[in-house]
Design a protein around this ligand. Structure first.
Ligand code: C2O
Length: 492
């Protein structure tokens, strides 16, 4: 590692399958290692062996263990909703991969990744070896997944809007202070790891959180029939689903894609981030730790990805170009007018489709409008403090000015983005580090506003935001008990 040796290649699972026997062997080896790890599981009690399957999952989350990085077994230490998300999970995967290599006696084995963003629909289906054969004899299979995603013969593809990393990859700001009105690629800036924090980056939400929810499913959506959400839907069970590791390899890869697009110089240079270290168990069962500053180049950890090429579509902010609206650009660019609050609405329930008015009336609005330039060229929608214990859907679509009697899927041009359910219950617990204040999600709606402006329908004093739970049109309670304490619009 880091000694000039040629790095191993983490392969796309779809290319492995296309390769035939040699590719299949990588997946067979993975299945064999999982079987070895499960042999080390110590029955239903607390896991005891760091090299066992349940212990490895417990490091991500374990029932009854509040999130922290100080547990003696490192349980419940996953980092979410902050700029620690990517580096923590990078190291989690790195050590897991070493443990798989140990079980196989093969230091060349490399974790594959699931690239659900490739254009063909099959890429958006759960890879076949994970759902066929649908039997416990298949170590890659579990019935604790959303049944429509997990079907052996008729698996549904996850909708593109929930698998695409494009919105995230277009963001140049790696991390921003949690109170910044703009969105970041990788999460809010916090002094220290203290999970779960409340400001996920765009990538952590979509595709990361959404793929968790579309694979896991919520209560009533899985085949297991036990009334519990699927494994991938909660921190304390996610690592028990074999697809978790391939999903995270892709998220880790997308970090490299972002670096390829924007350059390593855009990574934070704050000591609070670079000097933070995380501990994991290594393949000899002892703890080892590394600083974030030492893991920014995946090749230094001994691996590279089959492809880290930024997608072609990344370069074309189409609607913005057509309408001649300036690109918002990085927040770091000097000389831009500040972004200001235009309006807000409080306490919005997500149980079913709901629409709120954002426009500010009267004097306050006059003041705010007077304080900003004639034509704001950056618009942000913030959905703040989203809390709830029991979502019943993988996520919520967020629209601006969606006509009342029309379905959201008929208006992709009015969609601000999506809020996955993943992470909301964990961030809502009163015993969590931030007292259950929930998740805040930010969307750049410059293009959406430009589209509405282009059709002559934009009026900053009459902005409506509509939340639609996935499949909420067919089931009026689909959104569960989730709600946002505030939804606000900023411009500048
Ligand atoms: Cu720590 Cu994908 O989760």
């Amino acid at each position: 590692m880091g000694n000039g040796a040629t790095p191993r290649v983490r392969r796309n699972v779809q290319s492995l399958i296309a390769d035939g026997d040699s590719g299949q062997k990588v997946l067979d080896d993975y299945a064999r290692a999982i079987t070895e790890m499960r042999k080390r599981d110590s029955g239903p009690g607390d896991p005891r062996d760091p090299l066992s399957w349940r212990f490895q999952a417990a490091i991500h989350g374990y029932p009854g263990v509040p999130g922290s990085i100080v547990h003696k077994n490192l349980w419940g230490s996953c980092q979410h909703a902050s700029w620690f998300f990517l580096p923590w999970h990078r190291l989690y995967l790195f050590h897991f991969e070493r443990i798989v290599q140990f079980h196989l006696g093969d230091p060349s084995w490399s974790l594959p990744y699931w690239d659900y963003a490739r254009p063909d629909e099959s890429a958006r289906r759960l890879p076949e070896p994970f759902r066929v054969p649908a039997s416990d004899a298949n170590p890659l299979y579990t019935d604790r997944r959303r049944s429509t995603t997990n079907s052996a013969s008729a698996a549904q593809a996850i909708p593109t809007r929930w698998t695409s990393p494009l919105d995230a990859l277009r963001i140049q700001d790696f991390a921003l202070p949690p109170e910044d009105p703009a969105e970041s690629f990788a999460g809010g800036v916090f002094d220290k790891p203290d999970p779960p924090q409340g400001t996920p980056g765009s990538l952590e939400q979509v595709p990361h959180g959404s793929v968790h929810g579309f694979v896991g499913g919520e209560a009533g959506e899985t085949d297991a029939g036990d009334g519990r959400p699927g494994l991938m839907s909660r921190f304390e069970t996610a690592g028990l689903d074999p697809i978790f590791w391939l999903h995270h390899a892709n998220i880790d890869r997308l970090w490299d894609v972002w670096i390829e697009r924007w350059g390593a110089s855009e990574l934070p240079d704050d000591a609070a981030w670079l000097k933070t270290e995380f501990e994991f168990f290594d393949s000899d069962g002892t703890k080892s730790s590394r600083e974030i500053g030492d893991i920014l180049v995946s090749g230094d950890l001994g691996y590279v990805y089959e492809s880290t090429e930024p997608p072609d579509e990344l370069e074309v902010p189409e609607r913005r170009e057509i309408l001649g609206i300036a690109a918002p650009g990085p927040r770091k660019r000097a000389g831009m007018p500040p972004v200001r609050l235009i309006g807000a609405a409080g306490d919005v329930p997500f149980a079913s489709r709901s629409t709120v008015d954002i426009g500010l009336e009267g004097e306050r609005r006059e003041l705010l409008m007077a304080a900003r330039p004639d034509t704001p060229d950056r618009w942000y929608l913030r959905v703040e403090d989203v809390v709830g214990e029991s979502p019943r859907t993988p996520g919520y679509d967020v629209y601006v000015n969606l006509p009342e009697d029309e379905r959201g899927d008929a208006h992709p041009e009015l969609r601000a983005g999506g809020i996955p359910s993943f992470g909301i219950p964990e961030a809502s617990r009163p015993d969590s580090a931030h007292g259950g204040t929930g998740i805040t999600d930010v969307f750049d709606i410059t293009d959406v506003v430009a589209t509405i402006e282009g059709s002559g329908g934009w009026d900053a004093s009459n902005v409506k935001v509509t939340i639609v739970p996935v499949n909420g049109d067919d089931d009026p309670e689909k959104g569960g008990d989730v709600r946002a304490r505030r939804i606000s619009v900023y411009a500048g």
